[in-house]
Design a binder for this molecule. Sequence first.
Ligand SMILES: [Zn+2]
Length: 380
Amino acid sequence: MKSLGTPLTERRRKTRNRIFRFIYNSNEPVSKQAMAIDLNLSLPTIHQNVSELLDAGLIRPVETQVSTGGRPPVGYLVVDDVRIAIGVSITTNHIRLLASDIKLNQLAEKSVRKVGGVSADLGKDVKEELELFISENNLDKERILGVGITIPGVLNVKEDAVLLSPSMRLKNISLRSLRDGCRPYPVFIENDGNCAGYAEWMAMSPQDRKKSFAYILLENGVGGTFFINGKTYSGVNHRSGEFGHMCVQPDGLQCNCGARGCLEAYCSAMRFTMDIDKTMEEFFELVHKGDPASKALWDDVLKHLAIGINNIRMIFDGDVLLGGFVSEYLEEYLPDIKRYVAERNAFGDGADFVKLGKFPRKAGMMGIAWHFVNDYIESI
Ligand SMILES: [Zn+2]
Protein backbone atom coordinates (compact mmCIF):
# COMPACT_ATOMS: atom_id res chain seq x y z
CA MET A 1 0.00 0.00 0.00
CA LYS A 2 1.45 3.32 -1.09
CA SER A 3 1.75 6.03 1.52
CA LEU A 4 2.44 9.72 1.64
CA GLY A 5 5.92 10.89 2.54
CA THR A 6 6.29 13.20 5.52
CA PRO A 7 6.75 16.78 4.35
CA LEU A 8 9.76 18.72 5.53
CA THR A 9 7.71 21.11 7.64
CA GLU A 10 4.31 21.18 9.35
CA ARG A 11 3.49 24.26 7.29
CA ARG A 12 3.97 22.27 4.09
CA ARG A 13 1.83 19.44 5.44
CA LYS A 14 -0.98 21.89 6.18
CA THR A 15 -0.80 23.20 2.61
CA ARG A 16 -1.01 19.65 1.25
CA ASN A 17 -3.94 18.98 3.58
CA ARG A 18 -5.79 22.10 2.37
CA ILE A 19 -5.33 21.00 -1.24
CA PHE A 20 -6.53 17.48 -0.48
CA ARG A 21 -9.59 18.75 1.41
CA PHE A 22 -10.43 21.10 -1.44
CA ILE A 23 -10.52 18.15 -3.85
CA TYR A 24 -12.28 15.96 -1.23
CA ASN A 25 -15.08 18.50 -0.70
CA SER A 26 -15.87 18.73 -4.40
CA ASN A 27 -18.02 16.19 -6.20
CA GLU A 28 -16.80 17.53 -9.57
CA PRO A 29 -13.24 17.15 -10.84
CA VAL A 30 -11.12 20.13 -9.71
CA SER A 31 -8.53 21.72 -12.01
CA LYS A 32 -5.13 22.92 -10.79
CA GLN A 33 -6.09 26.46 -11.84
CA ALA A 34 -9.22 26.33 -9.63
CA MET A 35 -7.12 25.09 -6.69
CA ALA A 36 -4.61 27.91 -7.19
CA ILE A 37 -7.32 30.60 -7.33
CA ASP A 38 -9.55 29.32 -4.52
CA LEU A 39 -6.74 28.46 -2.13
CA ASN A 40 -4.59 31.45 -3.10
CA LEU A 41 -1.54 29.27 -3.77
CA SER A 42 1.02 29.41 -6.59
CA LEU A 43 0.75 26.94 -9.48
CA PRO A 44 4.18 25.38 -8.72
CA THR A 45 2.97 24.67 -5.15
CA ILE A 46 -0.20 23.06 -6.55
CA HIS A 47 1.83 21.00 -9.09
CA GLN A 48 4.13 19.65 -6.39
CA ASN A 49 1.35 18.69 -3.96
CA VAL A 50 -0.90 17.20 -6.62
CA SER A 51 2.04 15.00 -7.72
CA GLU A 52 2.53 13.79 -4.13
CA LEU A 53 -1.19 13.02 -3.74
CA LEU A 54 -1.23 11.22 -7.11
CA ASP A 55 1.86 9.16 -6.23
CA ALA A 56 0.25 8.10 -2.95
CA GLY A 57 -2.89 6.99 -4.79
CA LEU A 58 -5.09 9.48 -2.89
CA ILE A 59 -6.39 11.34 -5.94
CA ARG A 60 -6.91 10.45 -9.58
CA PRO A 61 -6.90 12.51 -12.79
CA VAL A 62 -10.12 12.76 -14.77
CA GLU A 63 -10.54 14.22 -18.26
CA THR A 64 -13.13 16.95 -17.80
CA GLN A 65 -14.31 17.28 -21.42
CA VAL A 66 -13.83 15.72 -24.82
CA SER A 67 -10.52 16.79 -26.32
CA THR A 68 -10.74 19.08 -29.35
CA GLY A 69 -7.09 18.59 -30.19
CA GLY A 70 -4.07 19.16 -28.01
CA ARG A 71 -3.97 18.01 -24.40
CA PRO A 72 -7.43 17.40 -22.86
CA PRO A 73 -8.23 19.47 -19.74
CA VAL A 74 -7.71 17.46 -16.57
CA GLY A 75 -9.39 17.70 -13.16
CA TYR A 76 -8.83 15.67 -10.01
CA LEU A 77 -11.07 13.63 -7.74
CA VAL A 78 -10.21 11.73 -4.56
CA VAL A 79 -9.94 7.95 -4.72
CA ASP A 80 -13.00 7.11 -2.62
CA ASP A 81 -11.92 3.67 -1.44
CA VAL A 82 -8.25 4.43 -0.79
CA ARG A 83 -9.06 3.50 2.80
CA ILE A 84 -12.01 1.75 4.50
CA ALA A 85 -13.48 2.14 7.99
CA ILE A 86 -15.70 -0.39 9.73
CA GLY A 87 -18.47 0.44 12.18
CA VAL A 88 -20.03 -2.17 14.47
CA SER A 89 -23.17 -1.65 16.51
CA ILE A 90 -23.92 -3.90 19.46
CA THR A 91 -27.45 -3.90 20.83
CA THR A 92 -29.46 -6.31 22.95
CA ASN A 93 -30.16 -8.85 20.21
CA HIS A 94 -28.11 -7.70 17.23
CA ILE A 95 -24.61 -7.18 15.95
CA ARG A 96 -24.62 -4.90 12.91
CA LEU A 97 -21.63 -4.13 10.73
CA LEU A 98 -20.99 -1.49 8.10
CA ALA A 99 -18.02 -0.60 5.90
CA SER A 100 -17.54 2.92 4.56
CA ASP A 101 -15.01 4.50 2.21
CA ILE A 102 -13.46 7.89 2.95
CA LYS A 103 -16.17 9.73 0.97
CA LEU A 104 -18.71 8.24 3.40
CA ASN A 105 -20.13 5.86 0.79
CA GLN A 106 -21.39 2.62 2.25
CA LEU A 107 -19.50 -0.36 0.81
CA ALA A 108 -21.14 -3.21 2.72
CA GLU A 109 -23.60 -3.81 5.51
CA LYS A 110 -24.79 -6.76 7.55
CA SER A 111 -27.18 -7.33 10.44
CA VAL A 112 -26.91 -10.48 12.55
CA ARG A 113 -29.64 -11.38 14.98
CA LYS A 114 -28.22 -13.18 18.01
CA VAL A 115 -30.74 -15.73 19.20
CA GLY A 116 -30.91 -15.51 22.98
CA GLY A 117 -29.17 -12.13 22.90
CA VAL A 118 -25.60 -10.98 22.45
CA SER A 119 -23.42 -13.04 24.81
CA ALA A 120 -21.68 -11.52 27.82
CA ASP A 121 -18.41 -12.31 26.04
CA LEU A 122 -18.79 -9.41 23.62
CA GLY A 123 -15.27 -9.91 22.22
CA LYS A 124 -15.92 -13.46 20.99
CA ASP A 125 -19.18 -12.56 19.23
CA VAL A 126 -17.70 -9.49 17.55
CA LYS A 127 -14.47 -11.25 16.49
CA GLU A 128 -16.43 -13.98 14.67
CA GLU A 129 -18.79 -11.58 12.93
CA LEU A 130 -16.03 -9.14 12.00
CA GLU A 131 -13.84 -11.81 10.36
CA LEU A 132 -16.83 -13.15 8.43
CA PHE A 133 -17.90 -9.66 7.32
CA ILE A 134 -14.41 -8.81 6.02
CA SER A 135 -14.06 -12.06 4.06
CA GLU A 136 -17.65 -12.15 2.72
CA ASN A 137 -17.24 -8.67 1.28
CA ASN A 138 -13.62 -9.11 0.11
CA LEU A 139 -12.57 -6.02 2.05
CA ASP A 140 -8.86 -5.31 1.58
CA LYS A 141 -7.40 -5.66 5.10
CA GLU A 142 -4.50 -3.38 4.16
CA ARG A 143 -6.93 -0.53 3.60
CA ILE A 144 -8.85 -0.87 6.86
CA LEU A 145 -8.27 2.22 8.99
CA GLY A 146 -9.90 0.75 12.07
CA VAL A 147 -12.95 -0.81 13.67
CA GLY A 148 -15.33 1.36 15.64
CA ILE A 149 -17.86 -0.17 18.01
CA THR A 150 -20.94 1.49 19.48
CA ILE A 151 -22.69 0.35 22.64
CA PRO A 152 -25.93 1.77 24.03
CA GLY A 153 -24.53 2.64 27.42
CA VAL A 154 -22.42 4.94 29.54
CA LEU A 155 -18.72 4.15 29.24
CA ASN A 156 -16.25 4.37 32.07
CA VAL A 157 -13.31 5.69 30.06
CA LYS A 158 -10.81 5.50 32.94
CA GLU A 159 -11.53 1.83 33.62
CA ASP A 160 -12.16 0.97 29.93
CA ALA A 161 -15.52 -0.54 30.82
CA VAL A 162 -19.25 -0.18 30.18
CA LEU A 163 -20.37 1.51 33.37
CA LEU A 164 -24.05 1.05 32.72
CA SER A 165 -26.22 -0.07 29.84
CA PRO A 166 -29.83 -0.23 31.07
CA SER A 167 -31.19 -1.39 27.70
CA MET A 168 -28.62 -4.24 27.48
CA ARG A 169 -28.82 -4.96 31.21
CA LEU A 170 -25.04 -4.59 31.51
CA LYS A 171 -23.14 -3.07 34.42
CA ASN A 172 -19.36 -2.68 34.89
CA ILE A 173 -18.33 -4.91 31.95
CA SER A 174 -14.67 -4.63 30.87
CA LEU A 175 -14.09 -3.73 27.23
CA ARG A 176 -10.74 -5.53 27.02
CA SER A 177 -12.08 -8.68 25.32
CA LEU A 178 -13.86 -6.51 22.78
CA ARG A 179 -10.59 -4.71 21.93
CA ASP A 180 -8.71 -8.03 21.73
CA GLY A 181 -11.40 -9.44 19.43
CA CYS A 182 -10.77 -6.71 16.83
CA ARG A 183 -6.99 -7.12 16.59
CA PRO A 184 -4.92 -6.20 14.62
CA TYR A 185 -7.06 -3.19 13.72
CA PRO A 186 -7.13 0.01 15.74
CA VAL A 187 -10.31 -0.02 17.85
CA PHE A 188 -12.48 2.83 19.03
CA ILE A 189 -15.41 2.14 21.35
CA GLU A 190 -18.02 4.77 22.06
CA ASN A 191 -21.55 5.31 23.25
CA ASP A 192 -24.14 5.05 20.44
CA GLY A 193 -25.68 8.50 20.99
CA ASN A 194 -22.32 10.23 20.67
CA CYS A 195 -21.56 8.35 17.45
CA ALA A 196 -24.97 8.99 15.89
CA GLY A 197 -24.58 12.73 16.55
CA TYR A 198 -21.09 12.54 15.08
CA ALA A 199 -22.49 11.03 11.85
CA GLU A 200 -24.90 13.96 11.53
CA TRP A 201 -22.00 16.36 12.07
CA MET A 202 -19.78 14.63 9.49
CA ALA A 203 -22.55 14.84 6.87
CA MET A 204 -22.98 18.62 7.34
CA SER A 205 -21.41 21.19 5.00
CA PRO A 206 -18.04 22.59 6.17
CA GLN A 207 -19.91 25.79 7.18
CA ASP A 208 -22.64 24.04 9.19
CA ARG A 209 -20.02 21.94 10.96
CA LYS A 210 -18.91 25.04 12.85
CA LYS A 211 -22.33 25.47 14.49
CA SER A 212 -23.67 24.18 17.82
CA PHE A 213 -26.33 21.52 18.08
CA ALA A 214 -27.67 18.86 20.40
CA TYR A 215 -28.70 15.45 19.14
CA ILE A 216 -31.26 13.16 20.79
CA LEU A 217 -31.08 9.48 19.84
CA LEU A 218 -34.54 7.92 20.13
CA GLU A 219 -34.36 4.13 20.14
CA ASN A 220 -35.00 1.45 22.78
CA GLY A 221 -32.78 3.63 24.92
CA VAL A 222 -32.62 7.41 24.70
CA GLY A 223 -29.19 9.02 24.40
CA GLY A 224 -27.56 11.95 22.74
CA THR A 225 -24.66 14.31 22.38
CA PHE A 226 -23.67 17.98 22.15
CA PHE A 227 -21.58 19.81 19.57
CA ILE A 228 -20.48 23.26 20.73
CA ASN A 229 -18.99 25.49 17.99
CA GLY A 230 -18.22 22.41 15.92
CA LYS A 231 -16.64 20.36 18.71
CA THR A 232 -18.06 17.60 20.86
CA TYR A 233 -18.33 18.24 24.55
CA SER A 234 -17.93 14.99 26.46
CA GLY A 235 -18.10 16.23 30.05
CA VAL A 236 -15.93 15.63 33.12
CA ASN A 237 -16.93 11.95 33.36
CA HIS A 238 -17.64 11.35 29.66
CA ARG A 239 -21.37 11.41 30.43
CA SER A 240 -22.55 14.60 28.74
CA GLY A 241 -25.65 14.40 26.57
CA GLU A 242 -27.17 11.49 28.51
CA PHE A 243 -30.52 13.12 27.82
CA GLY A 244 -32.37 9.85 28.40
CA HIS A 245 -31.83 10.13 32.13
CA MET A 246 -32.88 13.74 32.48
CA CYS A 247 -36.01 14.02 34.63
CA VAL A 248 -39.06 15.17 32.68
CA GLN A 249 -41.67 14.11 35.26
CA PRO A 250 -40.83 14.20 39.00
CA ASP A 251 -41.63 10.80 40.57
CA GLY A 252 -42.91 9.65 37.18
CA LEU A 253 -42.54 6.34 35.34
CA GLN A 254 -39.85 3.90 36.47
CA CYS A 255 -36.72 4.02 34.28
CA ASN A 256 -34.32 1.12 33.62
CA CYS A 257 -31.55 3.16 35.26
CA GLY A 258 -33.31 2.88 38.63
CA ALA A 259 -34.59 6.46 38.82
CA ARG A 260 -38.10 7.70 38.09
CA GLY A 261 -39.45 10.13 35.52
CA CYS A 262 -36.52 9.99 33.06
CA LEU A 263 -36.98 11.03 29.41
CA GLU A 264 -36.09 7.43 28.46
CA ALA A 265 -38.94 6.07 30.59
CA TYR A 266 -41.35 8.23 28.56
CA CYS A 267 -39.85 8.27 25.06
CA SER A 268 -38.07 4.90 24.67
CA ALA A 269 -39.44 2.84 21.75
CA MET A 270 -39.98 0.05 24.31
CA ARG A 271 -42.88 2.01 25.80
CA PHE A 272 -44.96 1.78 22.63
CA THR A 273 -43.64 -1.55 21.30
CA MET A 274 -42.50 -4.36 23.61
CA ASP A 275 -44.21 -2.97 26.74
CA ILE A 276 -47.61 -3.13 24.99
CA ASP A 277 -46.75 -6.17 22.86
CA LYS A 278 -46.82 -4.36 19.51
CA THR A 279 -44.37 -3.68 16.69
CA MET A 280 -43.68 -0.06 15.71
CA GLU A 281 -45.70 -0.56 12.52
CA GLU A 282 -48.69 -1.95 14.45
CA PHE A 283 -48.56 0.87 16.98
CA PHE A 284 -48.44 3.67 14.38
CA GLU A 285 -51.19 2.03 12.39
CA LEU A 286 -53.40 2.22 15.49
CA VAL A 287 -52.44 5.87 16.02
CA HIS A 288 -53.36 6.59 12.37
CA LYS A 289 -56.68 4.80 12.75
CA GLY A 290 -57.47 7.02 15.73
CA ASP A 291 -57.40 4.29 18.40
CA PRO A 292 -57.93 6.37 21.57
CA ALA A 293 -55.49 4.49 23.85
CA SER A 294 -52.70 4.50 21.25
CA LYS A 295 -53.27 8.17 20.43
CA ALA A 296 -53.19 9.12 24.12
CA LEU A 297 -50.00 7.14 24.69
CA TRP A 298 -48.29 8.72 21.65
CA ASP A 299 -49.40 12.19 22.69
CA ASP A 300 -47.87 11.57 26.12
CA VAL A 301 -44.60 10.49 24.46
CA LEU A 302 -44.52 13.68 22.38
CA LYS A 303 -45.37 15.98 25.30
CA HIS A 304 -42.55 14.58 27.41
CA LEU A 305 -40.19 14.71 24.44
CA ALA A 306 -41.08 18.41 24.10
CA ILE A 307 -40.19 18.98 27.78
CA GLY A 308 -36.83 17.31 27.20
CA ILE A 309 -36.18 19.35 24.04
CA ASN A 310 -37.00 22.59 25.88
CA ASN A 311 -34.69 21.74 28.76
CA ILE A 312 -31.83 21.05 26.35
CA ARG A 313 -32.50 24.26 24.42
CA MET A 314 -32.50 26.26 27.67
CA ILE A 315 -29.08 24.93 28.59
CA PHE A 316 -27.20 25.53 25.37
CA ASP A 317 -29.31 27.64 22.95
CA GLY A 318 -28.64 25.74 19.69
CA ASP A 319 -30.51 23.48 17.26
CA VAL A 320 -31.91 20.22 18.62
CA LEU A 321 -31.77 17.30 16.15
CA LEU A 322 -33.90 14.17 16.57
CA GLY A 323 -32.51 10.85 15.35
CA GLY A 324 -32.62 7.11 15.96
CA PHE A 325 -35.09 4.65 14.45
CA VAL A 326 -38.10 6.28 16.17
CA SER A 327 -37.34 9.46 14.23
CA GLU A 328 -38.27 7.63 11.01
CA TYR A 329 -41.87 8.07 12.14
CA LEU A 330 -41.55 11.66 13.34
CA GLU A 331 -41.84 13.71 10.16
CA GLU A 332 -45.64 13.86 10.26
CA TYR A 333 -45.59 14.59 14.00
CA LEU A 334 -42.93 17.31 13.82
CA PRO A 335 -45.59 20.08 13.77
CA ASP A 336 -47.09 18.63 17.01
CA ILE A 337 -43.66 18.40 18.63
CA LYS A 338 -42.87 22.00 17.61
CA ARG A 339 -46.23 23.20 18.95
CA TYR A 340 -45.62 21.55 22.33
CA VAL A 341 -42.08 22.92 22.40
CA ALA A 342 -43.21 26.44 21.42
CA GLU A 343 -45.89 26.42 24.16
CA ARG A 344 -43.13 25.91 26.72
CA ASN A 345 -40.57 28.22 25.13
CA ALA A 346 -40.03 31.04 27.64
CA PHE A 347 -38.62 33.34 24.94
CA GLY A 348 -41.57 33.03 22.58
CA ASP A 349 -39.41 32.53 19.48
CA GLY A 350 -41.09 29.36 18.25
CA ALA A 351 -39.49 25.97 17.78
CA ASP A 352 -37.79 26.04 14.39
CA PHE A 353 -34.63 24.89 16.13
CA VAL A 354 -36.14 21.39 16.36
CA LYS A 355 -35.04 19.37 13.32
CA LEU A 356 -34.91 15.79 12.15
CA GLY A 357 -31.51 14.20 11.57
CA LYS A 358 -30.50 12.85 8.16
CA PHE A 359 -29.92 9.29 9.32
CA PRO A 360 -32.70 7.73 11.36
CA ARG A 361 -31.03 4.34 11.10
CA LYS A 362 -27.40 3.25 11.16
CA ALA A 363 -26.17 6.67 12.34
CA GLY A 364 -24.25 5.18 15.28
CA MET A 365 -22.37 2.72 13.06
CA MET A 366 -21.66 5.37 10.46
CA GLY A 367 -20.49 7.85 13.08
CA ILE A 368 -18.06 5.46 14.74
CA ALA A 369 -16.60 4.44 11.36
CA TRP A 370 -16.36 8.06 10.24
CA HIS A 371 -14.21 8.92 13.29
CA PHE A 372 -11.43 6.99 11.54
CA VAL A 373 -12.16 8.75 8.25
CA ASN A 374 -11.97 12.18 9.88
CA ASP A 375 -8.69 11.35 11.64
CA TYR A 376 -7.28 10.00 8.39
CA ILE A 377 -8.20 13.10 6.40
CA GLU A 378 -6.70 15.30 9.12
CA SER A 379 -3.45 13.30 8.95
CA ILE A 380 -2.89 13.86 5.21
ZN1 LIG B 1 -33.16 6.83 33.69
